[in-house]
Structures are given as structure tokens and as C-alpha cells.
Design a protein around this ligand. Sequence first.
Ligand code: FES
Length: 157
Amino acid sequence: MPLHQLDEIITGRRSQPHQLIEVLHDIQGKYSYISREDMQLVSQTLGVPEIEVYRVASFYKAFRLKPTGKIVLTICMGTACHVRGSHLILDQAVGQLGVPPGEVTSDGLFSIEQVNCLGACALGPIVKENEIYHHHMTPGKLRRLIDTIRRREMEGK
Ligand code: FES
């Protein structure tokens, strides 16, 4: 991230060390993940030891420390979705995309994430395509969704 953009984020947070989590949240909101360089800049600017910045960023599962694909498929593995077969949904995603959760496909298009609840338990299994919720998901529906996204992206839509 360019330094002036980090300055904007931190200035907005009044440069207080206790604002570390909020600053990391803002960085991720803007860039989708928090890079090593971002953590170093945050450390220097807030006056928080780099190890502490890393500890906080890696402790909270909500923070991503690696880049994501353009499309993040977030698969709910919470209890309500699990009993309706979310593990089969995850198997479909991993098998079709050829990457485990947390990795990015070689074309940079997809990555898979797992979460414990997306707050729509009655409609599970739930898969989120970036910010779009897909409910009552099945392996077949997910296969078609991934194919549709690929076609859409290849056509530049
Ligand atoms: S357990 Fe999947 S949405 Fe709550």
C-alpha cells in the first residue's frame, strides 16, 4: 500500500496505538488483505512493536494476511450448514478449483474461505460469492455457479 494512503487511514483513526485493530480493519477493507509491508508501516506509524501488530493480525481469523482471488467463495461450515452438507460443498469447491482454502487459483480469479456462520442458518448451506449470498447450496449448484462466474469473467462482464 502506498504510504500516503496508510497515512489517510491512520490519520482518520487519530494515530492512537489502541486503534490498532481498527486500522488493520480499515486496511483490509480497502485492500482485501494486510501485507507484511502494511504491518511494518502500521508498526512505525502507530509506535506499536511489529511483533504485536503481527500477533493481533494473525490472532483474529477475520484478518487476511494473504491476497485473495478476485472472487472469494466463502463457504459456511457452521453447525446448521454442516448438517445440511457443507462439507460436500467445500469438497466441490476444492476439487473444481484445484486449490485448498486460503490459496488463490493460478489465474488469480478464485479463492476459498471457510467461516463458522454467515448469519443465514435457516437457508443453509450458504456460500457467499464476494458479497452475494447463495442459499440452499448443493455441490451441483456450486459447480454451475463457478462455471458461470468463469464464463462471465472471460467475457469481461
Ligand atoms: S451455520 Fe451457516 S449460516 Fe449459520
